[in-house]
Design a protein around this ligand. Sequence first.
Ligand SMILES: Cc1cc2nc3c(=O)[nH]c(=O)nc-3n(C[C@H](O)[C@H](O)[C@H](O)COP(=O)(O)O)c2cc1C
Length: 161
Amino acid sequence: MTNTLVVYYSFTGNSKKVANYVKEKLNADILELEPKIPFSTDYDEVVAEWQNNDMKKDVEIKSIDKDLSQYKKVVLITCTWWYGISPVMKKFLKEYDLSGKDVLVASSNAGWIGHCFRDYKTLLPNANIKGELDLVFSAEDGKRDQIITLQEEIDRWIEKL
Ligand SMILES: Cc1cc2nc3c(=O)[nH]c(=O)nc-3n(C[C@H](O)[C@H](O)[C@H](O)COP(=O)(O)O)c2cc1C
């Protein structure tokens, strides 16, 4: 039984790919977060709708099927929405207590990670954040799924756990 859990939210699939890579590397369990009510499938509509993505703004999420007390180490990966961590990840961190756990945090973005690491720190006051990863993908239309961050950088981040 593993003591490591990868928790992620991915709107367009980038964070999901990295989450699965980390899961394989660490031989970890994996948990995908999902909003209770799906976001629109129209990308631009979601971008426009979430222009206000402050700390207070989150969404209801589906209940999780993992017992968090089983895990000593947690890897958190989300997409960046308007310079902050996604509302789905925010809600997870508000609802579930990761106190005392060793944690790695990452936020997928297109070059503007904003205050994501600060968001994580605010919502993880009693966890041990061992490493932060600025996970950059292309900002170009039609190429948003192309990763820019080097695999070695991801591997170095994973080793911090
Ligand atoms: C609502 C919304 C807001 C976004 N805001 C930002 C941002 O502030 N900075 C940035 O670099 N990318 C921003 N992006 C782009 C995504 O963060 C980026 O494409 C990321 O790789 C997507 O990860 P995912 O495929 O796991 O959802 C935004 C995307 C969406 C849909």
